[in-house]
Design a protein around this ligand. Structure first.
Ligand code: NAP
Length: 491
């Protein structure tokens, strides 16, 4: 950053959220010898999305060794794709290893954060007040469950809950379970409950393309080898097979007419044709939009499970929910004892419902009306010394969000260094930087596969895909280091 020298400064930093990104920030601060920070977490333990989601079948569809901090490899992953409970334990173990507890304020939801007199003033739901030079918002992307507005939902006689609020007190064995929603979550739940419930009914408004993926367990010998030689873990994490797949995938997203996209389409189409024998079921499961328009689903067993006699696929709209089940638009009643709403999340709520007030009283709600945006998913004009990890318009897709978060953290570290060196008391993104970024971003986003004519959580309120619309490499390049011309530094 541009230099106007004054005394070095030890910053007080408030991190909001103790999920994957908050733990990342905390560990990186400690590793850099910075101890003047606090992590506010509304729940009673770390974990974020992996703490909240506990549904049967929960699995990360990114290879386990890639969905791992680069600085905390884990030789113990049980399989190529790790189950959710194991991921939660992993985050807890990293927090333990770095003794993060003493920096954590659990049960403290930050409800207000305001830039006043050159500092951030924070307040929690319990009335705790604090001030900080810098705020790092690590508040997650898919955090607020979306409950569908289906008539009669409250008349259902059995247990009914959202996938992210799983009620483990409800017995499922031998029950008829209806699952509404065919995203990654619904597909994983259906696969897990098939054979356990007496009947599984997968209610799909829109079918999804399914990418076949292996999910082999790691043997004890393999784990021992990983323990003895962490380079073997890196060989998986940075393998040509994985990194080139991510690169090809992001190139395909950016250019729907590319050979890379044709390759994805060919794989998922073949998967459907080869895997589903019954032509009627096959047509029920065939999407009428392009592969990867919605976030691609990776599954090793969904098509197998859905062909079981005790699994049924119900397509078309839902007319209403009745005490005994789900009345479909065609008049048929899907009778169920338990109803699971795998209906996704409010993907545009970044940071909120916290009241976030920036310089000159700018409210983030106004700034983000009609849709949220942040430069590289990190910075917003009007909000000095406020940086996000996995904020709006960052890359979200079929790759490791941990890697994205680590890149953003590397970028944020440069901004912190400018503040610590005394070069600046505050750094703030320029309005014209975000304006130019958004112009380019929106034009590019419309051309991505996400904008090719389907409905998904990628789309913002104006119908524009909100995810990073350029290549993975472009993100890596642009987050390598902040450019002086993008920020205003106030001494
Ligand atoms: P989602 O992808 O947003 O899917 C929501 C589903 O609910 C869609 O099938 C949607 O149908 C359906 N739905 C919503 N409202 C409905 C209504 N009123 N009537 C009927 N159907 C309705 O949500 P998700 O499956 O929870 O996944 C969200 C994201 O979480 C994923 O894309 C992924 O990024 C992440 N995730 C990741 C993993 C992983 O393995 N890494 C696992 C789970 C989730 P329409 O398609 O017709 O709108």
């Amino acid at each position: 950053m541009a230099s106007t020298q004054s005394a070095p400064k030890s910053l007080r930093i408030a991190v909001i959220g103790a999920g994957m990104a908050g733990i990342l920030a905390a560990t990186r601060l400690l590793e850099a010898g910075k101890h003047k920070f606090v992590v506010y977490e509304k729940a009673d333990r770390v974990g974020g999305t992996w703490r909240e989601n506990t549904y049967p079948g929960l699995t990360c569809d990114v290879p386990a060794h890639a969905y791992t901090y680069s600085f905390a490899p884990n030789p113990e992953w049980s399989s190529y794709l790790s189950p959710g409970a194991e991921i939660q334990r992993y985050f807890e173990s990293v927090a333990e290893k770095y003794a993060l507890d003493k920096f954590m304020k659990f049960g403290q939801e930050v409800t207000r954060c305001e830039w006043k007199n050159g500092r951030w003033e924070l307040e929690t739901a319990k009335g705790l007040k604090d001030t900080a030079d810098v705020v790092i918002a690590a508040t997650g992307v898919l955090h607020h469950p979306s409950t569908p507005d289906i008539p009669g939902l409250d008349t259902f006689a059995g247990a009914c809950f959202h996938s992210a609020q799983w009620d483990h007190s409800v017995a499922l064995d031998g029950k008829r379970v209806g699952i509404i929603g065919s995203g990654s979550t619904g597909v994983q739940i259906v696969s897990a409950l098939a054979g356990r419930a007496s009947k599984v009914i997968h209610i799909q408004r829109t079918p999804q393309w399914i990418m076949p993926t292996p999910n082999d367990p790691y043997t004890e010998e393999q784990k021992a080898a990983f323990r003895a030689n962490p380079a073997l873990i890196d060989e998986i994490r940075y393998s040509e097979a994985y990194t080139s797949a991510v690169r090809r995938f992001t190139e395909a997203i950016v250019d729907p007419d590319s050979p890379q996209m044709r390759e994805i389409e060919a794989i998922v189409q073949k998967n459907l044709e080869d895997s589903v024998k019954d032509p009627v079921l096959r047509e029920k499961l065939r999407p009428n939009y392009r592969a990867a328009c919605k976030r691609l689903i990776y599954s090793s067993d969904y098509y197998q499970k859905v062909q079981r006699p005790d699994v049924e696929v119900a397509i078309g709209g839902i007319k209403q929910i009745e005490p005994n089940g789900v009345r479909m638009a065609d008049g048929s009643l899907q009778e169920v004892d338990v109803l699971v709403l795998a209906t996704g999340f409010h993907a545009d709520r970044f940071v909120r419902p916290m009241r976030l007030i920036g310089r000159d009283g700018t409210d983030i709600d106004a700034q983000w009306s009609p849709t949220p945006s942040a430069y590289l998913g990190i910075s917003v004009p009007g909000f000095p010394n406020f940086f996000m990890i996995n904020g709006p318009t960052g890359p979200v897709g079929n790759f490791s969000l941990i890697d994205i978060a680590e890149r953003q953290w590397g970028y944020i570290e440069h901004l912190l260094a400018a503040l610590e060196s005394g070069e600046a008391r505050s750094v703030e993104l320029k309005e014209e930087t975000l304006r130019a970024y958004d112009e380019r971003r929106i034009a590019a986003a419309r051309k991505t596969i996400f904008g090719s004519g389907c409905n998904s959580w990628y789309l913002d309120a104006t119908g524009v895909p909100a995810s990073w619309p350029w290549s993975y490499d472009a993100f890596a390049e642009q987050t390598a280091k902040p450019r002086d011309e993008d920020y205003v530094c106030a001494a």
